[in-house]
Design a protein around this ligand. Structure first.
Ligand code: NOJ
Length: 497
């Protein structure tokens, strides 16, 4: 069985693309994780409760396997092993996130946790000792429950609170961290969190979700402005917000306008205010959403208007574009009444459905179509639309449902995505780096531990949560070592055949 896989693999993976092309010396190879998904230690020391802790302690019904991330990969205790893993992979950068309630147990800077400080400081120092640069996400969805109790992302004060939290992080770690991601995927924070797909697990997209839209942007900008004003001249770091996870193409030429709107709905809603010359909401989308809320009798537009000062405050708050990219879908224009509900509420708002191209393969997860060219197309769109030429791919990875160490599909996916990155660099786009999601299997939100994204498998049943490299890890280490996509041969263990 394994031998058959190996034969298929050499046909698919060795291919003929650019065996001699070398990635530029400045290109950063990385892998990524996030605090709630790996750390465990949910109440270690004086850590505060996060909204994910609260949600998953209150019910077993949300995750597919009734799990939570109280222990997860136990990186809170096993961080030294994680650094070894990063080193084994030959990473230039390791992207991880900081848990807000681990640093600020009350959510506010009245008390800074010594345990939290020590944990992240050790991790950062340990990485730097091995020559690995940290890329630090300040918020990857684990809001302090204390702030959720005050309305969370629907409360406008959260922008100030986030700016204050960011200042604590810059003071503690800014001397060593040169790449900061303020928020991870605002789309998931708002459209997921207010559409019963993620904590706080509310069904309130028409008001709460759109309030969240405005406040995540103001929060991101607050963190950026604090850095710009108080830290940039000391530390010379670079900041961005990680946006979106898919790309869209029209199914037919008659779907072109709907596709443009879909791109605005899912990407532009969070990018236009930051990257466009005019700032503010994408105008066409703002208009349609305002009409929708009027039709439903609301006296307020869906997207809360920005004041002119707010538009200026948010505009230009980036040093590069941080892109999470996973998949591409075809857009089909449909009657809004009949539109489906994936991804999130937006389909009904603008009257679109997403379909898969008949020739694209899918991963085990049905929404996950594989079309690597979509990554390069999205990079070109970002470049053409906003004139941004510095992009970091902060997530890209492949889901599976089995524990297999011989993960040919993941390897092929990463290889073909890297080919597109290489082509985009040749197009003249400065793709600064690429971080695979994920360095190791972890808690995959509502699918619990069932979905695996790891270059390393984690044995969640073993007492020390053993991390074992998959074939994709061997492949990726040879990419990072040679700084090019290798002509890769799989060694078959004949005893297993
Ligand atoms: C995006 C999220 O940032 C990450 O937390 C998640 O695990 C991956 N996508 C895979 O779904």
């Amino acid at each position: 069985m394994q031998l058959i896989s190996a034969v298929v693999f050499s046909a698919v993976v060795s291919g003929c693309f650019g065996q001699n092309e070398t990635f530029p010396t400045w290109f950063l190879f990385g892998a990524a994780t996030a605090a709630y998904q790996i750390e465990g230690g949910w109440n270690a020391g004086d850590k505060g409760e996060s909204m994910w802790d609260r949600l998953l302690h209150s019910t077993n019904d949300i995750t597919l396997d009734s799990s939570n991330a109280d222990v997860a990969c136990d990186s809170y205790h096993l961080w030294k092993r994680d650094i070894e893993v990063a080193k084994e992979l030959g990473l230039n950068v390791y992207r991880f996130s900081i848990s807000w309630p681990r640093i600020l147990p009350s959510g506010f800077p009245n008390q800074v946790s010594e345990d939290g400080k020590k944990y992240y400081s050790n991790l950062i120092d340990g990485l730097l000792e091995k020559g690995i640069q940290p890329v630090v996400t300040m918020y990857h969805w684990d809001l302090p429950q204390s702030l959720q109790d005050l309305g969370g992302w629907a409360n406008p004060l959260i922008a100030t609170w986030f700016g204050d939290y960011a200042r604590v992080l810059y003071n503690l770690f800014g001397d060593r961290v040169k790449y900061w991601i303020t928020l991870n995927e605002p789309l998931a924070i708002c459209d997921g969190g207010y559409n019963k797909m993620a904590a706080p697990y509310l069904d309130d997209m028409k008001i709460g979700g759109y309030l969240c839209n405005k406040h995540v942007l103001l929060a991101h900008a607050a963190a950026y402005r604090v850095y710009e004003k108080e830290f940039q001249s000391l530390y010379y770091g670079k900041l961005s917000m990680a946006n979106v996870f898919f790309w869209f193409k029209p199914e037919k030429t008659t779907d072109e306008e709907a596709t443009k709107l879909a791109i605005q709905m899912w990407e532009g809603r969070y990018a236009h205010p930051i990257y466009s010359e005019s700032g503010g909401w994408p105008p066409e989308l703002e208009k349609i959403l305002a009409e929708n809320s009027k039709k439903e009798g609301y006296p307020y537009p869906r997207l809360p208007p920005f004041t002119p000062e707010e538009i200026e405050f948010v505009k230009g708050t980036y040093d590069f574009y941080a892109l999470n990219h996973y998949t591409t879908r075809l857009v089909r224009k449909v009657d809004p009444e009949k539109a489906g509900s994936w991804p999130y509420y937006g389909c009904k708002e603008i009257g679109v459905d997403f379909v898969n191209h008949p020739t694209w393969k899918t991963a085990v997860i049905d929404w996950f179509a594989i079309y690597p060219e979509g990554l390069r197309e999205q990079l070109l769109w970002i470049n053409n639309t906003y004139g941004v030429d510095q992009v970091m791919i902060t997530e890209n990875g492949y889901p599976d449902l089995n524990d297999d160490l011989f993960d040919v599909q993941r390897m092929t996916y990463i290889k073909t995505m890297l080919q597109q990155v290489f082509l985009a660099i040749n197009d003249g786009i400065h793709v600064m780096g690429y971080t695979v999601w994920s360095m190791m299997d972890n808690f995959e939100w509502v699918t619990g531990y069932k979905t695996k994204y790891g270059l390393y498998a984690v044995d969640f049943l073993s007492p020390n949560l053993t991390r074992t490299p998959r074939e994709s890890a061997r492949f990726y280490s040879s990419v990072t070592k040679g700084r090019r996509i290798p002509k890769y041969r799989v060694l078959v263990d004949y005893e297993d055949v």
